[in-house]
Design a protein around this ligand. Structure first.
Ligand code: TYM
Length: 331
C-alpha cells in the first residue's frame, strides 16, 4: 500500500475549503492506503498564538477530523509536536534549502505582503517543515487543496536533493492528490479569492455552523444585478458562487441554475437559497458529531496518544536511517 500524509494547521475551525480540498479525501483514502493525518501545530506557531488559543485550536482540528469520519484505528491521527523526529528531519533538510528558492515561494511572498511586521524565519522555512512532515513517513500521495501545489513541488525538490547528496534513492517523490483528478480551490463568499480562515467574517462557512448561520452567510454573499445578455461570461463573484454550488450540490442542480443564468432567468435569491440548503445537508452529519466528540476529552486524549505512538514508530525508523546516511554512526 502506498503511504499518504496530510495535515491541517491548528488555526481555527475547519471550513468547506478544508473539507473539499482535504478532509473529504482523507476519509475516502483511509481504506485504500496507509494513512497518516496530523494536526500541524508547529506550523501554526508562525503567527504567535496564545497558549490557550493554540490548545483550543488543536482540539478543534482533532474533533473535526474524527467527526468527519477519519477512523483512528484505520488511519494514524496525531499531533505534529508529539513527534519530535519531524523537527529533527526539518533541521537536516534546512541545510539544503536555499534562501533564494524559499523567498520565491508564492505563499511566502503573500505572507510578506499581508503581514510585513512578522517575516520570521519559521515562515521562510515553512515549506521545509512541510517537506519533513511528508518525507518522515516516505509518503507518495498528499491530499491537499490547490493552494498547496507549490509546497509539494518544493517537498520533491528537498527530497531529491537529499537523495543526490547522499547518493541513494532514499526518499520517494510525493505528489498532491485529489480523487477528482483536479486539485480543488473552494472560493469564499466575499466575491474574490478562496475560502480561508483569516479572510474576514462571513467569507467562510464552517463545518460546525448551524443552518441559520449558513443561510445568513450565503444570502449575504457578494453577487451583482444579474446577467445583461444571454450566455454571458460570469463575473468573478458569480462564478465563485457557481463553483461553490459545483462542490456542494448535485450536477443537475448546478446545470439547472447555469441554464437559467444563460437564459437571463436566474433569480439570485432562489439560487442562494438552494446553495445554502445544499451546504446545510452536506455538513449536517458532521455538525452533529462535532458537538458529541468535543465533549469527550478522555477519548480525544486516547486518540492523540495512540496516534503519537504509531506515528513515532514510523518516524523513528526514518530518522535512524537518515542519521546513518548523513554519517551520524556509532563507533
Ligand atoms: P491549511 O491548514 O491552510 O489548510 C488545510 C488543508 O485545506 C486545504 N484548503 C483548501 N482547499 C481548497 N479550497 C480552499 N479554499 C482551501 N483552504 C484550505 C489546504 O489546501 C490544505 O490541504 N501547509 C498546510 C498544512 C500542512 C501540510 C503538511 C499539508 C503542513 N504540513 C504536510 C500536507 C502535508 C496548510 O497550511 O494547510
Amino acid at each position: 500500500k502506498e503511504t499518504v500524509v496530510s495535515g491541517i494547521r491548528s488555526t481555527g475551525k475547519l471550513h468547506l475549503g478544508n473539507y473539499y480540498g482535504a478532509v473529504k479525501n482523507f476519509v475516502q483514502m483511509q481504506n485504500d492506503f496507509n494513512c497518516y493525518f496530523f494536526i500541524a501545530d508547529l506550523h501554526s506557531l508562525t503567527t504567535h498564538p496564545t497558549p490557550a488559543d493554540l490548545h483550543g485550536n488543536i482540539k478543534h482540528v482533532l474533533v473535526e477530523y474524527l467527526a468527519s469520519g477519519i477512523d483512528p484505528e484505520t488511519s494514524t491521527i496525531y499531533i505534529q509536536s508529539d513527534v519530535p523526529e519531524i523537527a529533527e528531519l526539518y533541521l537536516y533538510l534546512n541545510m539544503n534549502a536555499y534562501m533564494g528558492e524559499l523567498e520565491r515561494s508564492t505563499s511566502f511572498k503573500d505572507k510578506v505582503r499581508s503581514n510585513p511586521d512578522n517575516v520570521n524565519a519559521g515562515l521562510l522555512t515553512y515549506p521545509v517543515l512541510m517537506a519533513a512532515d511528508i518525507l518522515i513517513h516516505k509518503a507518495t500521495k498528499v491530499p491537499v487543496g490547490k493552494d498547496q501545489e507549490q509546497h509539494l513541488e518544493m517537498a520533491r525538490t528537498f527530497g531529491n536533493r537529499f537523495n543526490r547528496l547522499y547518493d541513494t534513492p532514499y526518499f520517494p517523490e510525493p505528489y498532491a492528490f485529489n480523487y477528482s483528478e483536479k486539485l480543488v480551490k473552494v472560493p469564499g463568499l466575499d466575491g474574490k479569492g478562496k475560502m480561508g480562515k483569516s479572510e474576514g467574517e462571513g467569507n467562510a462557512v464552517y463545518l460546525s455552523d448551524d443552518p441559520e448561520t449558513i443561510r445568513k452567510k450565503v444570502m449575504r454573499a457578494v453577487s451583482d444585478g444579474g446577467p445583461t445578455e444571454e450566455n454571458q461570461e460570469k463575473p468573478e463573484a458569480i462564478q465563485n458562487l457557481f463553483d461553490l454550488m459545483k462542490v456542494v450540490s448535485s450536477a443537475d442542480t448546478h446545470e439547472h441554475f447555469s441554464d437559467l443564468y444563460n437564459k437571463m432567468q436566474i433569480r439570485y435569491g432562489d439560487f442562494k437559497k438552494q446553495l445554502a440548503e445544499d451546504m446545510i445537508i452536506a455538513t449536517a452529519p458532521m455538525r452533529e458529531r462535532i458537538m458529541d466528540v468535543a465533549k469527550n476529552d478522555t477519548y480525544l486524549r486516547q486518540v492523540a496518544k495512540h496516534g503519537a505512538i504509531k506515528a513515532r514508530e514510523s518516524a523513528q525508523k526514518t530518522i535512524k536511517e537518515v542519521r546513518s546516511l548523513i554519517g551520524f554512526k556509532s563507533f
